[in-house]
Design a protein around this ligand. Structure first.
Ligand SMILES: [Zn+2]
Length: 213
């Protein structure tokens, strides 16, 4: 779609990672909460005392409130990953996107009492409408530097090997807590990344940016 004005349009600042010279990285999980897989992931993170980021799809919160509360209580960062996560998201007006995003933020606030600040666009697309919606809602766009492609990975070993080889200090890593493969490899992955000398911090700490208002 040729929809970009030739001038006067500026993308919002996008936060995708932190300091390259340290040893910290940040795990983030999209598309939850998932009633089966998110608890498995939370269990592993707790075992290794790791706080991560969860970018939630708003329509999945209903019925999974206890899970969202558990994420928040442990100190994981909760972000907004739209309410609908529809394939048609990229074609919506900024007003419709903002209304959709607000529904997720309100759902999270009603469960955790926190007003969330981070937004990760569905499918990672940042177009002028997304930028307009972010301006309207006052949120910050938080993306990633390392995309695991976990949902389309063909083998556990391959996913671990690629991740351990390619991740660098300062990276925000994108996984999905809706992905069975990810839930299955997480412990091995954490151990391997620790062995590489990397530490895990939540994304707000890596970015030095407040996750809540
Ligand atoms: Zn997604």
């Amino acid at each position: 779609m040729a929809f970009f004005p030739s001038s006067g349009f500026h993308y919002h600042e996008v936060y995708s990672g932190g300091n390259r010279n340290g040893k910290s990285i940040s795990l983030t999980f999209d598309d939850g909460p998932d009633p089966v897989l998110s608890p498995m992931i939370l269990e592993v993170l707790k075992k290794y005392k790791i706080r991560a980021g969860f970018f939630l799809i708003g329509k999945r919160i209903s019925g999974n409130e206890a899970l969202v509360r558990q994420m928040s209580d442990y100190g994981h960062v909760i972000g907004n990953h739209s309410y609908s996560h529809t394939n048609l998201w990229d074609f919506r007006s900024s007003a419709k996107m903002a209304a959709d995003m607000n529904k997720t933020s309100e759902a999270v606030k009603s469960v955790t009492g926190k007003k969330i600040h981070f937004f990760r666009p569905p499918f990672g697309v940042i177009n002028p409408m997304v930028s307009g919606a972010v301006r309207k809602t006052g949120m910050k766009i938080v993306t990633w530097r390392f995309r695991s492609f976990d949902t389309t990975a063909s083998s556990a070993e391959g996913l671990i090997e690629k991740t351990v080889k390619k991740v660098r200090p300062g990276d925000i890593l994108l996984f999905h807590d809706s992905c069975r493969l990810t839930a299955g490899i997480l412990e091995k992955l954490i151990v391997s990344l620790h062995e590489r000398g990397l530490d895990f911090v939540p994304p707000d700490e890596l970015l030095n940016l407040p996750a809540y208002e």
